[in-house]
Design a protein around this ligand. Structure first.
Ligand code: IMP
Ligand code: MG
Length: 183
């Protein structure tokens, strides 16, 4: 379905524009899955989704990765006031799976300031994975503090507030099958 002001999912809220439609997202996710399949010829692979934003992207992505893998999730406490950097992150849900010795891909919906990732990566490194990489569907390319490269990136994101395909505004609009900016 195309998004219009009449999309019943929107509860009357108007979209500014559709940034990425369903077909564009599906083609990109298939490409990223193939890229990940090729990048890990051996070893145990654990795909770790950062909740909640990554849930739709992760579920589509893992079905495009053609090799054995395991899936788990992380729930990190939000850092509250974005202008304050405390340097620590608290996990509200910690993966049950062992991380030691595994290739880990941390899956994020969108990289904005990069603060969330910086904190999580340090915490995950302490668990001695065989390798640790970031996979983000969207990247705003404004993160100046990002401690490491995002190895797998879907799209450069416009500098607008985006919703849909997992991304929320006050917990709404995660279920939109496309990614749009709000009016
Ligand atoms: P960062 O720590 O500043 O990089 O923020 C990343 C997190 O902020 C993402 O996982 C999202 O949950 C949220 N976020 C950043 N930009 C957007 C956006 O445009 N729409 C919805 N959520 C966003
Ligand atoms: Mg969020």
């Amino acid at each position: 379905m195309t998004a219009t002001a009449a999309d019943p999912r929107l509860s009357g809220r108007a979209l500014k524009r559709i940034a990425f439609d369903e077909e564009t997202i599906a083609a990109k996710v298939a490409k990223m899955g193939a890229e990940i399949t090729a990048a890990y010829p051996d070893g145990d692979l654990l795909v770790l989704g950062l909740l909640k934003g990554s849930f739709i992207f992760l579920s589509d992505l893992v079905r495009q990765i053609v090799r054995p893998l395991q899936v788990d999730f992380l729930v990190a406490s939000s850092y509250g006031d974005a202008t304050v950097s405390s340097g620590t992150v608290r996990l509200l849900y910690d993966p049950e799976t062992t991380l030691e010795g595994k290739h880990i891909i941390l899956v994020e919906d969108i990289v904005d300031s990069g603060r969330t990732l910086n904190r999580l990566m340090a915490l995950l490194e302490d668990r001695h994975p065989r390798s640790l990489e970031i996979c983000a569907l969207l990247h705003k390319r404004i993160a100046t503090e990002l401690a490491r490269d995002t190895k797998f990136v879907g799209f450069d994101a416009p500098h607008e507030f985006l919703v849909g395909y997992g991304l929320d505004h006050a917990e709404n609009f995660r279920h939109l099958p496309y990614i749009a900016s709000l009016q």
